[in-house]
Design a protein around this ligand. Structure first.
Ligand code: ADP
Ligand code: ADP
Ligand code: ZN
Length: 228
């Protein structure tokens, strides 16, 4: 089973992917998270991508596709994959189709998480992350138990450098120009499902999971998901 989540920065993709991956036993592949971990490790890849990320630019397609391919080839003891933040360009979408086909897989569903611009800005400007375990918080919507400290590892929370206002505007523009056209690509293939992402995280999860439950059946014998 392969499910994609598409939405502008701050739409709540990471939040939903955390819940859905646990609920359905799906391997999450979040390109933003993977790259941030590489930056912290100061790996060769991390050093290469850091500049793009800080400026809110897209990392080149070849690098991203390589990252996703390697992550998917690690194998999985789960039922499939949940992709967050990838693909983001037409080229990436085509490369994804190709890499899945080579592995006998295909995309089953694509959720388009729609959130109004003022709400996106509220979510991004209040977003805080743990720099050690990468858990997500929000200063109003999802507060840590103790002020500004991660609930799990007690590390002081930080604001992502690319969540500053001028960088956010650039990321929103790039979303509109590069990623939004993908919606049409998947809509034509009848794979796109529009989700109203303005509600609380629980409500958005309820919408997505209700759709999955009513439209996909999972055959544990063949390890395949099929549209009902
Ligand atoms: P958000 O969830 O807020 O949209 P992400 O965490 O997904 O942001 O991505 C952060 C940054 O990582 C992006 O601004 C970009 O620099 C880089 N990045 C992540 N995924 C991709 C991708 N598929 N293609 C190109 N760049 C990417
Ligand atoms: P994305 O991965 O799409 O960039 P995130 O999942 O990181 O989005 O969410 C952005 C911020 O908004 C985070 O601080 C998160 O805690 C918060 N958030 C996510 N979903 C909701 C929601 N439905 N309502 C309110 N806040 C949310
Ligand atoms: Zn932590």
């Amino acid at each position: 089973m392969v499910i994609l989540l598409i939405g502008p920065p701050g739409a709540g993709k990471g939040t939903q992917v955390d819940r859905l991956s646990q609920h359905y036993c799906l391997n999450k592949v979040g390109t933003g998270d993977i790259l941030r971990q590489e930056v912290v490790k100061r790996s060769e890849l991390g050093v290469k991508v850091e500049g793009y990320m800080k400026k809110g630019k897209l990392v080149p397609d070849d690098i991203i596709v390589d990252v996703v391919t390697r992550r998917m080839d690690w194998g999985s003891n789960c039922r499939g994959y949940l992709l967050d933040g990838f693909p983001r360009t037409k080229k990436q979408a085509q490369m994804l189709d190709h890499l899945l086909k080579e592995r006998g897989k295909k995309i089953d569903l694509v959720f388009n998480i729609e959130v109004s611009e003022p709400e996106l800005i509220r979510r991004i400007s209040g977003r805080r992350v743990c720099p050690k375990c990468f858990r997500l918080y929000h200063i109003d919507y999802n507060k840590p138990r103790v002020d500004e400290l991660c609930d799990y590892c007690r590390t002081p929370l930080i604001q992502r450098e690319d969540d500053r206002e001028e960088v956010v505007r650039k990321r929103l523009t790039l979303y509109r120009e590069e990623t939004k056209p993908l919606l049409q690509y998947y809509r034509r293939q009848s794979k796109l499902v529009d989700i109203n992402g303005n509600g609380r995280a629980e409500e958005v999860f309820r919408q997505i999971s209700a759709y999955i439950d009513s439209h996909l059946s999972y055959n544990s014998h063949s390890n395949k998901a099929e549209l009902k």
